[in-house]
Design a binder for this molecule. Structure first.
Ligand SMILES: Nc1nc2c(c(=O)[nH]1)N[C@H]1C(S)=C(S)[C@@H](COP(=O)(O)O)O[C@H]1N2
Ligand SMILES: [Mo]
Length: 367
């Protein structure tokens, strides 16, 4: 195995106090992109406007040559082509995806990585094949522990050369929630979203939803690959092994009202009545409360919730703001779910800012 020096593949680190965004971070930020927040108006994010996060390169796979292998600790390994998968019974679900690092650029010192602000989220209508029947067809053997999903993309990260791989427990993999999506918003998957096939793990942060899926391997031991054991962990310091990142914590976003100033994106609205609206989601339980603030979180009012949709789909909310006096305001929203998880106003950041759900702040000038 090649070893990579620190210049080629630096280890994880936090920015120095006051350290500006680097070209490395800018390069990640221009390859990967967030959802423009005005798309919070829509139930389903249009193709190309859903956020994108790709660790390495987007592999261009020939759908005619592509195969999915199901192997490892199974009785009957499977090798399936796309026609086989497209011919199977499907499920369709609207699923909200959010990157586990959404918001990480807001912490100080920030972890050096894709510098998300608030926008690493999107909702698509995914169609595909349930995973559990495929595992049953392959015949999972006694003693199986984890199931590993391998993407066709390859790279080096923090000195470790790897295919993008994520493991999940056998119990999760056999639940009826997981499916292999070949269709997004009624169209074949776009290259950046995992064409021709990706895993969907509704309710979990983005890293679990392996794109460009080529192999599903059943293990008789716990998976200790990089993306599970090293990355995507909630740690307090550099030596802490931490806890794995799994389900999405409650978060609400405001659709920025009025019109923006080009450079600062400060919003401009006129004195008067404005319907504020946005979306809220949680992978832990359905959202059942959204609160809104126009004074930066000093005081809160309950928003009206839109219809409850799919179990893992964001929920719309609205609230009427009487903007009576000209001046500067700061809009915020926060979500609570039916399991009692409340989005905190004061974020307690972990080292990598993983699975944070800090409150968005939208500066508005009322004129
Ligand atoms: N094969 C593969 N799958 C992947 C990734 C990747 O880099 N390679 N990125 C993951 C991460 S970190 C996220 S947040 C989601 C993003 O999915 P999207 O780009 O379709 O929004 O894909 C996940 N699946
Ligand atoms: Mo992510």
């Amino acid at each position: 195995m090649t070893t990579f020096d620190e210049e080629t593949s630096p280890r994880a680190r936090l920015a120095e106090p006051g350290e500006a965004i680097s070209y490395d971070e800018l390069r990640l930020a221009t390859r990967n992109h967030g959802m423009p927040l005005e798309m919070l108006d829509l139930d389903v994010t249009p193709p190309g406007l859903h956020y994108v996060l790709v660790h390495y390169d987007i592999p261009l796979l020939d759908p005619g040559q592509w195969r999915l292998e199901v192997d490892g600790h199974v009785e009957r390994p499977l090798s399936l082509d796309l026609a086989d998968l497209l011919g199977r019974p499907t499920v369709t679900h609207r699923v909200t995806l959010e990157c586990a690092g959404n918001g990480r650029a807001r912490t100080s010192p920030r972890p050096i990585s894709q510098p998300w602000l608030d926008e690493a989220v999107g909702t698509a209508e995914w169609t595909g094949v349930p995973l559990a029947p495929l595992l049953e067809e392959a015949g999972v053997r006694e003693g199986a522990v984890d199931v590993v999903f391998t993407g066709a993309d390859h790279g080096v990260e923090r000195g470790v050369e790897q295919d993008y791989q994520r493991g999940i427990s056998l119990a999760e993999a056999q639940s009826d929630r997981l499916f292999l999506a070949h269709t997004m918003n009624g169209q074949p998957l776009l290259p950046q979203h995992g064409a021709p096939l990706r895993l969907l793990v509704p309710g979990w942060y983005g890293m679990a939803h392996v794109k460009w899926l080529v192999r599903i391997t059943v293990l008789d031991r716990a998976f200790d690959g990089y993306q599970n054991a090293t990355a995507y962990r909630i740690t307090q310091d550099a030596d802490d092994p931490g806890e794995p990142v799994d389900r999405i914590r409650p978060r609400a976003l405001v659709r920025p009202p009025g019109f923006p100033e080009f450079q600062t994106r400060t919003r401009v609205v006129d004195v008067g009545s404005h319907q504020l609206r946005g979306r809220a989601w949680s992978g832990l339980a359905p959202v059942d409360r959204v609160e809104v603030s126009v004074d930066g979180g000093e005081t809160w009012a309950d928003a009206e919730l839109g219809p409850a949709g799919g179990e893992h789909e964001w929920r719309s909310w609205s609230w009427t703001w009487q903007a009576e006096a000209p001046g500067r305001y700061e809009l915020c929203a926060r979500a609570t779910d039916a399991a009692g998880n409340v989005q905190p106003v004061e974020q307690r950041w972990n080292r990598q800012a993983m699975a944070n759900n800090h409150v968005q702040r939208v500066p508005v000038v009322v004129r």
